[in-house]
Unconditional design. Structure first.
Length: 220
């Protein structure tokens, strides 16, 4: 009985150490290239290609420098910038400026964390991010509040890049635009998150044309 107990403890410790590892996330592997395709109503709107240029670790935090380049549906480059991702204790932290591939919308600050371990029914704290939005050639600032971020289910999902068991996470993004006399715009968003890998698919609600972002290729 004692041997079984010791083995069980060792297994739990090993499993926990693996869960806290930062090296398996697709954005934390140097020289990885990740392709994300944007689709709406069955039609491709374009894609974003991420290249992991560098990965460093300091004081227990691993940081990656990633070059993100956006392409329209005709394959023409329309955006290129550097974004960063961090991981500490297995918690993966996304720089929301990685979502800046839309020509009329760009995050300027804000980050979203994915804990090393999560379970169905778990609810995460609300947080705010800042954006710049362009209408008719004029750029204005906006505040985006992320609310009701909840792990609602665990399920299998397939994209052209593979098949994974994911946590399905839903939340609302409430956007308030500075200088506009209009009510905040609320968008329902769903993500499919793979532990130790990252988000492989995101579906944005009807308010933005039911756009889906899916990882279609991972090469290292």
């Amino acid at each position: 009985m004692k041997k079984i107990t010791i083995l069980n403890v060792l297994f739990l410790i090993t499993a926990r150490l693996f869960a806290q590892d930062c090296t398996e996330y697709m954005f934390m592997k140097k020289n990885n290239t990740i392709e994300q395709t944007q689709v709406s109503n069955g039609k491709s709107l374009g894609k974003t290609v991420f290249f992991v240029a560098d990965v460093t670790t300091s004081n227990g935090t691993t940081t990656s420098t990633v070059v993100a380049e956006g392409f329209d549906k005709n394959g023409k480059s329309n955006m290129k910038n550097n974004v960063s991702f961090k991981c500490t204790g297995g918690t993966f932290i996304v720089d929301l400026s990685a979502s800046g591939s839309q020509p009329n919308m760009k995050f300027t600050s804000g980050s979203m964390a994915y804990p090393a371990s999560m379970k169905v029914g778990e609810h995460f704290d609300d947080f705010n991010a800042q954006m710049e939005m362009t209408f008719g050639g004029k750029t204005t600032k906006a505040d985006a509040k992320y609310t009701d971020r909840t792990v609602v289910d665990q399920e299998s999902i397939t994209t052209p890049a593979g098949t994974w068991t994911c946590f399905r996470i839903t939340y609302n993004i409430v956007v308030t635009v500075t200088g506009f006399n209009s009510p905040p715009l609320t968008t329902k968003t769903t993500e499919w998150y793979v532990p130790n890998l990252g988000v492989v698919q995101t579906q944005i609600g009807a308010e933005m044309g039911s756009m889906t972002l899916k990882v279609t290729s991972i090469k290292g």
